[in-house]
Each structure stands twice: as C-alpha cells, then as structure tokens.
Design a protein around this ligand. Structure first.
Ligand SMILES: NC(=O)c1ccc[n+]([C@@H]2O[C@H](COP(=O)([O-])OP(=O)(O)OC[C@H]3O[C@@H](n4cnc5c(N)ncnc54)[C@H](OP(=O)(O)O)[C@@H]3O)[C@@H](O)[C@H]2O)c1
Length: 310
C-alpha cells in the first residue's frame, strides 16, 4: 500500500444513513468539513455502495471533484447483499461506484461481507488487472476466510492489502481471534471501524445527553450509557495527561493496538482532535486500565451484520 496514506481513514457511512445516525447531513453541510480534512492531509475516504444506496458515494464524489485525483484516496466496497445475478456482478457494482465517485479507479476495494468467499474473491482479479482497483481488502471476514481470500489472490499474483473489521475497546473479537496479529505479521493493514461505537465512547453522550432520539444508534447504545460511565470517566482522566478528550483516547487506543482507525466524520470540529490524537502513545498500564474497565462493562456491541470472529 502507498506509504503516504494517513494513519486514520475518514468514514462516510453517516453521510447516507440518516435513520442509523439521526444526523441530517447533506453536501452543503459537508463541504467545509471535507475541505478542512483535505487541508489537514486527512485524505483517505471510506465509503460503500450500500451506504444510503449511493448517497454517500455521490457526496464523496461531488465534494472531492475539484481536487486533483492524486491528492486523495478512495476506499469503497462491494456489498454481496445487494449484488445482482449478473455474471460480472462485482464489476457492475464497481462501475456504479466509479460513476458516483467521479473517478476511473478506486485505491482500495473491499468485499464488505464474507457471503461466498471463493466466488467474490475471484471476481476481484480481473478488476485489479484492468486497473479499476489498485488494492484489495476484505471486511467482516474471520481468520479462515481472510486466509482463503488471500490464497486465491496470491495464486493470481495479487496481495491482500487490508482487512477492515469492527474493533473498539468494547469489541475486541478480531484481536482475540488472532486477526490483528496475523495482519501485522503479513503486512496487511488492519482498519478498525466503529472505534467510537458510533459516538457511545466519545464522552459527549451520557444518560443526561443520549444519542439522537429515534436513530438506530440510539436504540442500540442509549441503554448501555449507564454501564459506560466508569470507563468513559477513566478515558477522560487518562486524556488529561495528553491534553486529549475521551474520543481521542478511544481512537489512540486503536492506534496503539497497531491498527488504522476509520473515524466516522460528521463535523469539522472533530478533525483537529483526530489529527492530534495520532501521536498519543498510551502506556501499557493505561492500555490495561482501559481494557479492564471495558471488559468489566460486559457489553455486547457486535453489529447485526457481523458474524463471530471466533
Ligand atoms: N465494513 C463495515 O462493515 C463497516 C461497518 C461500520 C462502519 N464502517 C466504516 O467505519 C466508519 C466509522 O464507523 P461509524 O461511523 O459507524 O462509527 P464511529 O466512527 O465509531 O462513530 C462515529 C460517530 O462518532 C462521533 N465522532 C466522530 N468523530 C468524533 C470526534 N473526534 N470526537 C467526538 N465524537 C466524534 C460522531 O457522532 P456525532 O455526529 O453524533 O457527533 C460520529 O457520528 C464508517 O463511517 C464506515 O466508513 C464499516
């Protein structure tokens, strides 16, 4: 993968999924956010064909259209759950993404879910050879599925570049399953998604100020907020030493675990803290305190789309 890639990616699921997040984001609101991110060198954008069924990709394409294509990286996904019966269903979906993203290649193309590893991994091969995809990754795959995809790609002379799974203080199944270790040993970048548990770990949401009413994230996380208090207080306390807030500690924890977080970007004010957090080196003792308190919450935050990693 390109050595110039930033240490964090910016996620755009919320840009197309108002029901999930309860945020009413549109391109006019997002324009200054994107411009500021680009100014700060945060230029790796993660999206998916399925996010808002094209709304997120369209916004990414529109808002980056005035920038030189060499100045940013696009990461998008093939989602088997919406694939057609077409013999070249992956190419068909990729072409739709390219059109919405206003480009002729993506830097990183993911298989979003492991529905039929052999069938879908094989469809990546001609797309890499044609130049429409620069690098490939798999998401929500367990270790056996990662190895299966990797073997198929290797046979075609293509390297599996990246894995993208849910990984946060509250959800460490990829670590327990040995996936993060495996990635680090095999030069595969591990991208952690939902390190903030959709805001539940950002220290701003609590019993008195819950996640946006009526959203799916509120339905999932608001009931967990009382149990999260001890953990988020400790995150804030550790943060003081680094002049960092709770969200920065959640993100820095993921970087200290040798992963690259994908932070869901919704507001311009989140960009500077995200960039500043990259250099925070937590001590082993701080990491352990955070992990012990997180484990003590006993909360289950697996997404409905995820399958067990172990
Ligand atoms: N491959 C997959 O299956 C998969 C699944 C899920 C996500 N993803 C990717 O990972 C990305 C991240 O996941 P996510 O967006 O679901 O959740 P997330 O990154 O855990 O949380 C995002 C939320 O946290 C808040 N936030 C963001 N930056 C913050 C900061 N610096 N300080 C305080 N709060 C901050 C925002 O809430 P407010 O807007 O309320 O302030 C935002 O909506 C997605 O956008 C997507 O690209 C991939």
């Amino acid at each position: 993968m390109d050595k110039n890639l930033p240490a964090v990616a910016l996620g755009t699921w919320a840009w197309g999924a108002e029901k999930t997040f309860g945020d009413n984001l549109n391109e006019a609101k997002l324009k200054p956010v994107v411009d500021q991110a680009m100014k700060m060198g945060l230029n790796l954008w993660d999206t998916a064909a399925v996010y808002g069924m094209g709304i997120s990709e369209t916004a990414v394409g529109d808002l980056l259209a005035d920038y030189d294509r060499k100045d940013y990286y696009l990461s998008t996904k093939f989602s088997p759950q919406i694939a057609s019966e077409h013999e070249k269903a992956m190419e068909e979906m990729l072409d739709g993404s390219l059109k919405r993203l206003k480009t002729d290649y993506v830097d990183l193309y993911w298989i979003h879910r492991p529905s039929d590893v052999e069938k879908w991994t094989k469809q990546l091969i001609p797309l890499v050879k044609s130049g429409k995809i620069k690098h490939v990754g798999v998401s929500n795959h367990n270790l056996a599925e990662i190895k299966q995809a990797q073997a198929i790609l290797n046979d075609a002379g293509i390297k599996l570049a990246a894995v993208q799974n849910h990984f946060s203080l509250l959800y460490r199944s990829s670590e327990k399953a040995g996936i993060i270790d495996y990635c680090n040993k095999n030069d595969i970048t591990f991208y952690s998604y939902m390190v903030l548990e959709q805001g539940a770990l950002n220290g701003q949401y609590n019993v008195k100020n819950p996640l946006p009413e009526g959203s799916e994230r509120a339905e999932k996380y608001n009931q967990m907020l009382p149990e999260l208090e001890t953990l988020t207080k400790k995150m804030a306390e550790i943060g003081k030493k680094y002049h960092a807030n709770t969200a920065q500690i959640a993100e820095a924890w993921a970087i200290n675990k040798k992963t690259t977080p994908i932070i869901g970007l919704t507001k311009e004010k989140y960009l500077k803290p995200t960039k500043d957090m990259i250099d925070i080196k937590l001590t082993n003792d701080e990491m352990k305190q955070l992990e012990d308190l997180a484990a003590a919450t006993n909360l289950e935050t697996k997404g409905f789309w995820e399958h067990a990693m172990i």
